[in-house]
Design a protein around this ligand. Structure first.
Ligand code: MG
Length: 201
């Protein structure tokens, strides 16, 4: 399986990163070794600035390429919550040098994933999600604020990359990203329901 991540899909996050609002989806990938299904997250030695990015995650349920937007909804049944961990210091260096971001984004365990729910239980245009650290709210997002919808993302990405069953798409983070430190307890919520737990070690 592969992990596809959408960058700058929330205008206020693009602003806090001092980035332009994209006119078409920005995507990058993480390998399957990035997935962290259970267990703690150990801060790697190579970064001094590990940022949390809470994101809604689409689980692809069948293979497809060149998927038309109006049929994209047939390619996913479940929505979950994940974290796109970002070594912000390394990413800033890569950006400044015009280099790819992989070492800042695609490292081992950089994609914790929580529970999924069937999309029929949700109004996809009205999902609220939140990250709390040590009980304090840090990021509060709303699916109505996305620049590119789930269906638009699938249509766009599948022009370039064949989607396969089990692939995950991290659909972008709202504003409020920031650093984590050893001892932090992260908890993710979707529509008020606790969906993800992670301890930083
Ligand atoms: Mg992200």
């Amino acid at each position: 399986m592969k992990i596809i991540c959408i960058g700058r899909n929330y205008a206020n996050h693009a602003k806090e990163m001092k980035s332009d609002i994209p006119t078409e989806p920005v995507f990058f990938m993480k390998p399957d070794t990035a997935l962290l299904k259970e267990g703690d997250f150990y801060l790697p030695d190579f970064s001094k600035e590990m940022h949390h990015e809470i994101e809604l995650v689409i689980k692809i349920c069948k293979s497809g390429k060149h998927i038309a937007e109006q049929f994209a909804h047939k390619y996913y049944e479940e929505i979950g919550l994940g974290i796109d961990f970002t070594a912000r210091d390394l990413q800033a260096q890569c950006k400044a040098q015009g280099l790819p971001w992989e070492k800042a984004k695609a490292f081992d365990n950089s994609a914790p994933i929580g529970m999924f729910v069937n999309k029929n239980e949700l109004n996809l245009k009205n999902i609220e999600f939140e990250l709390k650290i040590n009980g304090v709210s840090k990021q509060l997002g709303h699916s109505s604020d996305v620049i590119f919808s789930f269906d638009k993302i699938i249509a766009y990405v599948s022009q370039f990359v064949t989607l396969k069953m089990g692939d995950l798409i991290y659909t972008g983070t709202p504003e409020g990203v920031g650093p984590v430190k050893i001892g932090d307890k992260l908890e993710g919520f979707m529509n008020g329901k606790s969906m993800l737990h992670l301890n930083i070690r």
